[in-house]
Structure formats: structure tokens, C-alpha cells
Write a protein of this length. Structure first.
Length: 156
């Protein structure tokens, strides 16, 4: 995981210090807060990992993928990759979430239904390496990512 001392953290009260409580519903229920994107890339990615050499996990992952497609038609759901790809060390599939409502519904559902699989949940802010490390959250067993790809992307 990322070293927290590498980053600066603004105060959560920055620009809110002298404001009264909000009189209405927070906009955070409708749109992701900056710097998270609210565009067609999606505000959050969920990478669901499985041991690609374990037939039972491969089957469970494919069944979970199909269930997600049926229960959650709104998010974008990518194909199942039965081998490591990009920075991802295991077989996986990806789900893009576009609204806080989708995030709340899907992630809470996944906590209960992911079975033996792990999931990396990360925002999309434009800083891919930080999004996949310091800003990431894991459900289940975390796995080390191949971060060399992000360093190459920064150089080019």
C-alpha cells in the first residue's frame, strides 16, 4: 500500500469552518465530490479479483459477473479476464460506478455477495497510481498491484 506521508491532506473542514449545517440534502448523494470524476469514465472502479488457476474461484467469478449484470444494469461491467492484465495480479473483472447512489447500492451488495473473492474499490481522479493505492479500499484479501505501469504512464 502507499505511504501516507507522501501526500498532503487538506483539512476536512476547509471552506466549511464557519458555515451552519446544511439546510437541505447534501449534493454528495447525487454527485461525487471533487476531485472524483463525474463523467463517462465513472467516479469509481471496482476490480473483482479471483485466483485464475483455481477452477472453483473462476466459476464463482463468472457466476458473480452474470448476477451483477442481471441485478445492476446501470453500471458498466467489463468482460472477465482469466489472467493478470495491466497492474492487476490476478484474473478479474471491472465494474464502473457513475453515481453515489450506484456506489452505495453496489458496494454494500458486494460486501455480502463477493464470496471468496477480493475487490479493489478506487476513485477516478486522474491520478491513477494514487487512486489504485492510497485512495483505494479493499474488500477481502488485498493483493499487490504492478505499479510499474503507472510510473511508465507518468513518463510518457
Amino acid at each position: 500500500m502507499a505511504d501516507p506521508s507522501l501526500y498532503k491532506y487538506p483539512s476536512p473542514l476547509s471552506a466549511w469552518e464557519n458555515l451552519p449545517p446544511l439546510p437541505e440534502r447534501s449534493s454528495a448523494y447525487e454527485t461525487f465530490p471533487p476531485p472524483i470524476t463525474n463523467d463517462d469514465r465513472g467516479g469509481f472502479d471496482v476490480h473483482i479479483y479471483f485466483q485464475h488457476r483455481n477452477d472453483e474461484e473462476v466459476k464463482f467469478a463468472k457466476d458473480l459477473w452474470e448476477r451483477i449484470r442481471r441485478e445492476f444494469p446501470e453500471p458498466r461491467i467489463y468482460q472477465v479476464w482469466e489472467y493478470p492484465i495491466g497492474p492487476h495480479p490476478l484474473g478479474m473483472f471491472e465494474v464502473n460506478l457513475f453515481t453515489p447512489e450506484q456506489f452505495g447500492a453496489f458496494v454494500s451488495w458486494l460486501v455480502i455477495n463477493r464470496g471468496p473473492l477480493s475487490a479493489l474499490v478506487h476513485p477516478n481522479t486522474g491520478d491513477d497510481e494514487r487512486d489504485h493505492t492510497q485512495r483505494a479500499t479493499w474488500l477481502g484479501q488485498p493483493y499487490p498491484l504492478n505499479l510499474k505501469l503507472f510510473k511508465k504512464m507518468k513518463k510518457s
